[in-house]
Design a protein around this ligand. Structure first.
Ligand SMILES: Cc1ncc(COP(=O)(O)O)c(C=O)c1O
Length: 377
């Protein structure tokens, strides 16, 4: 049987998968997943709290009509160009199997979010190709190389944009020019899970709504602090989304999630302020990492996470991650996210200032110990 794709979230081992040590949730730091460091907007939390029992026992609007309308209004696209999913993971699994057949070519970035290579290569079993992004070039997606991939007319090209775990992105104008020149028969799937942290104005949602072959997959997990609720949506050509709507189960987004997402979209100012703060916290974290681990290389990022590399000649990064885990700090080993990352990479989520300080203190102490015992031994 095919194994599922590897993800962060190992911190649940410390809390208990049956939630039996839930009181530990504030001691354990899950910097291995990229959940928001802030709470949902106050109006979201109040709406959930005030209606909790009703939300739990009531069937939601069958196709999330109100939520789709709220998304369309907030994004300036027609409602018929929006399709809801229970998180973007649901959309990835639902749509890509319709888009790509066993004999088709599909191209993903390397490194990138692993679920795409998993669904395309393992679940669908199509002819999967990888566009290698090199460390020596800062993992940049070079427009000329993307243009060449598009010209080769694969069935599907997937761009995680900004990319994970690299935190890099191509300016919207450049990307739109490349997409306009792409063959019509090539579908391009742009995963914008982290775009709001870079700049919401960089989103290609409107471009996708007007195109015949471009799809923007938007998660509300990370930017709207709703990972636990499961809301995502796809913006793309109306006919294609109509075909996907026919194979979408009723009530695909739960009622607490629908209510929370509608209220979240009503308070854009709250989230915009959090995204701006994230940029400051990220730069502080990058500086702190440099002090905690002399010689570490941190890749510049526009998102809520950092990709870093421990010195090649230092102790193995896996030993650092294990030592941090033993102290309740979970960081992401990126080895499984691509072939160009080498052995010393790790990804760290940006948290609030106090939590970042705790993470850095643990990293600094454990790294010092590892370096000391390597010297001593
Ligand atoms: C790039 C990317 N896309 C999609 C997802 C899935 O997000 P969700 O299913 O919560 O919307 C993630 C989760 O980490 C991600 O990093």
């Amino acid at each position: 049987m095919t194994k599922p794709c590897e993800h962060g979230g190992a911190f649940f081992t410390a809390i208990g998968e049956r939630f039996d040590r839930l009181e530990r949730r504030d001691q354990v730091i899950g910097a291995d997943v990229l959940d928001a460091w802030f709470d949902p907007a106050p109006g979201v939390v109040a709406a959930l709290r005030e209606n909790l029992a009703w939300l739990a026992r009531t069937s939601p609007p069958t196709h999330g009509e109100g939520l789709a309308a709220a998304i369309a209004e907030a994004r300036g696209v027609p409602e018929s160009n929006v399709l809801l999913g229970a998180g973007s993971s649901d959309l990835i699994f639902r749509a890509l199997r319709e888009f790509v057949g066993h004999d088709d070519r599909a191209v993903v970035l390397d490194p990138s979010y692993g679920e795409y290579a998993h669904v395309l290569g393992e679940v669908i079993g199509c002819r999967l190709e990888r566009l290698a992004l090199e460390r020596a070039r800062g993992f940049a997606l070079e427009p000329a190389r993307l243009a060449a991939v598009l010209r080769s007319a694969p069935r599907l090209v997937v761009l995680v944009h900004p990319n994970s775990p690299t935190g890099r992105h191509v300016p919207r104008g450049e990307l739109e020019d490349l997409l306009r020149a792409a063959p019509r028969a090539t579908r391009v799937w742009i995963d914008e899970t982290y775009v709001d942290y870079a700049d919401p104005g960089e989103s290609l949602e409107r471009f996708a709504a007007e195109s015949t072959n471009v799809f923007v997959c938007k998660s509300m997990s990370k930017a709207y602090a709703m990972s636990g609720l499961r809301v995502g949506y796809l913006v793309g050509p109306r006919d294609e989304l109509g075909a996907l709507a026919r194979i979408t189960p009723p009530w695909v987004v739960g009622l607490p999630a629908q209510l929370a997402a509608v209220r979240a979209l009503e308070d854009g100012a709250y989230y915009a302020a959090r995204w701006r703060e994230t940029a400051d916290l990220r730069e502080e974290l990058a500086l702190g990492l440099g002090e905690a681990m002399p010689g570490v290389a941190v890749v510049p990022s526009c998102t809520n996470f950092l990709l870093a590399f421990a010195p090649a000649e230092g102790p193995p990064v896996r030993a650092l991650l294990d030592a941090c885990e033993a102290r309740g700090v979970f960081l992401r080993d990126v080895a499984s996210m691509g072939n160009t990352l080498g052995a010393q990479g790790f990804r760290i989520a940006v948290k609030d200032r106090a939590t970042n300080a705790r993470v850095l203190a643990v990293i600094a102490a454990e790294w010092r110990t590892l370096v000391g015992s390597a010297r001593g031994g």
